[in-house]
Design a protein around this ligand. Structure first.
Ligand SMILES: *[C@@H]1O[C@H](CO)[C@@H](O)[C@H](O)[C@H]1NC(C)=O
Ligand SMILES: *[C@@H]1O[C@H](CO)[C@@H](O)[C@H](O)[C@H]1NC(C)=O
Ligand SMILES: *[C@@H]1O[C@H](CO)[C@@H](O)[C@H](O)[C@H]1NC(C)=O
Ligand SMILES: *[C@@H]1O[C@H](CO)[C@@H](O)[C@H](O)[C@H]1NC(C)=O
Ligand SMILES: *[C@@H]1O[C@H](CO)[C@@H](O)[C@H](O)[C@H]1NC(C)=O
Length: 482
């Protein structure tokens, strides 16, 4: 991990006062300057890097009336601040207020900071979201074959980017997009709230994301990603409002998130069928900790269904799911190829679930009919331990692929309390192999219990991943803008 340690706090404090004055002189008249400095306060937050320069969106003509589009103000501010990338970086401060905006793009060595009462409102003018080509690992858009509307907050080919706040809000105003989606009126795939492509060293923290048009947070083809302290809320029947989707990413840490959504709270992906196989970027070294999920029609954590670049070394712990369809689910199909392997899950507390364990080898959606019917996914080494569940309809529904069984499944210390209206058969298994130990109700024969003489504890790695060594710095600014 090589997060820059050059710009430490002392240095920042020394240079910021000078730079703020310089910035103000160039941006504002003397009158307002005096007023603003008198109102000045300080801002403290934790980030992977602190910045030497700062400005407020109001310096670039931003208007917080919830009606005026701020797309140009955002882009002008970020274009200007990008000039400081090699001089300690810059932060853009978003004060309290309602800021309507279309899509804008971030820059490197940059922090976007939202005040706790700042609300970014996504525009409902589709022209404010320019079209991008489909992702190369997907071959087509998911809503429409053509391209995709650029995400509200977008970045590509960046290094060292922070999007944070004191729990400030990004509101996607998704109802407009959901309606257009249901009516089949979209030319392109709906925008996400935050998407970073081909980027390294990214922090997304302490924000509330509401009503995304589609997925909420989508790091793709990226590495060294920290997502922390995010609250995500969307109606439980809203279409495809996945929470956080690490997609062809390495070294990702997602922790302390609370997600209520209409689709998977976290969906781990890596491309779709022949396009994902050809692109070949796996998602690996992923940590998920202290997730609370409510998603009545989807999973707390889904692996797939687009997994054609492979998914490996996922470590999930301390997962709470309430009224959620399933816990850690595997979704795949013939034609996906690649693998889902070395998956480790421990300490799940589950309340009112349709299925605790769910694996589906027949998740059929394909990008087109050019997929290779011989591209069989390898599903291997899936470990669950220390699980307590209550009010469950079916304990496990595990369906591998005929001629391509899912193997190395391990479950230990699992106590499932069945609902009074539970199905008679607690487990349904086909084309799977593995072992269980201390699992109630007793699992299917394909996952036979080891018995009291051979108690097993399923694996969970003890080594530390590089993303866990990243430390936050205490960033501190005297803002003249608060
Ligand atoms: C997020 O906020 C919490 C408290 O609300 C704080 O303890 C934590 O340090 C913050 N984390 C980041 C990365 O900003
Ligand atoms: C971003 O990086 C990718 C992968 O290295 C490269 O293919 C692409 O051309 C780059 N895009 C831009 C806009 O620089
Ligand atoms: C952030 O705001 C959301 C929405 O108002 C709230 O539910 C959540 O508890 C807040 N989180 C923190 C850490 O204050
Ligand atoms: C079994 O799991 C429960 C719940 O996570 C935990 O409290 C308990 O310590 C575990 N038992 C063993 C023997 O690990
Ligand atoms: C149990 O689950 C059912 C749905 O399957 C739900 O209607 C009921 O309220 C739940 N009971 C409790 C005690 O949570």
């Amino acid at each position: 991990m090589e997060f820059s340690r050059r710009h430490v706090r002392a240095q920042v404090i020394k240079t910021v006062s000078v730079l703020v004055v310089v910035a103000l002189l160039s941006l504002r008249g003397a009158e307002s300057r005096r007023a603003r400095i008198q109102q000045g306060g300080s801002l403290e937050y934790k980030a992977i890097s602190c910045r030497s320069h700062s400005a407020s969106l109001t310096d670039f003509g931003g208007v917080a009336d919830g009606k005026t589009s701020n797309t140009k103000a955002f882009q002008a501010a970020i274009d200007k601040l990008s000039q400081y990338a090699s001089d300690g970086g810059a932060q853009l401060y978003i004060p309290a207020g309602k800021w309507l905006t279309g899509s804008f793009s971030l820059t490197s060595h940059f922090t976007l900071y939202l005040h706790k009462d700042a609300v970014l409102l996504a525009s409902q003018d589709m022209n404010e979201f320019p079209a991008l080509k489909p992702l190369p690992s997907y071959g087509r858009g998911r809503d429409a074959a053509a391209g995709r509307y650029t995400s509200l907050i977008f970045g590509t080919n960046l290094t060292d980017v922070v999007v944070t706040g004191d729990n400030g809000t990004i509101d996607g105003q998704g109802a407009f997009w959901w309606q257009n989606f249901h009516r089949g009126k979209l030319k392109y795939t709906r925008p996400y709230l935050i998407e970073l492509m081909f980027s390294d060293q990214v922090q997304i923290s302490n924000l509330t994301l509401l009503n995304s048009p589609s997925w909420n947070v989508h790091p793709v083809y990226s590495s060294n990603i920290l997502v922390q302290g995010i609250t995500i809320i969307a109606p439980v029947k809203s279409p495809n409002t996945d929470g956080i989707n690490p997609d062809s990413c390495t070294n990702v840490r997602i922790e302390d998130c609370y997600i209520v959504s209409g689709d998977d709270c976290i969906a781990v992906k890596s491309g779709w069928d022949e396009y994902g196989i050809a692109f070949g970027w796996p998602t690996k070294q992923l940590i998920i900790r202290r997730l609370t999920c409510i998603s009545p029609y989807s999973a707390a954590i889904a692996l797939g269904s687009e997994m054609s670049g492979g998914i490996q070394d996922v470590r999930a712990e301390d997962i709470v799911a309430i009224q959620t369809e399933s816990a850690v689910r595997i979704k795949t199909a013939i034609g996906r190829g690649a693998y889902v392997k070395d998956i480790y899950v421990k300490r799940m507390s589950l309340h009112t679930m349709k299925w605790v364990f769910l694996m589906s080898g027949n998740y059929k959606a394909h990008p087109d009919n050019k997929y290779d019917p011989n591209a069989l996914p390898v599903i291997q080494g899936i470990n669950y331990r220390d699980v307590v569940a209550e009010n469950v309809t079916v304990a496990g529904r595990l369906e591998g692929i005929s001629g391509d069984p899912f193997t190395g499944i391990c479950m230990s210390n699992v106590t499932i309390g069945m609902a009074s209206k539970a199905k008679k058969m607690s487990w349904r298994c086909s084309d799977v192999a593995g072992i269980t130990s201390g699992v109630t109700p007793p699992p299917c024969d394909l996952l036979a219990d080891q018995g009291p003489k051979k108690v097993t504890t399923c694996d969970f790695p003890e080594d530390t991943l590089p993303i866990d060594m990243v430390e936050f710095k205490q960033c501190s600014y005297r803002m003249s803008y608060v």
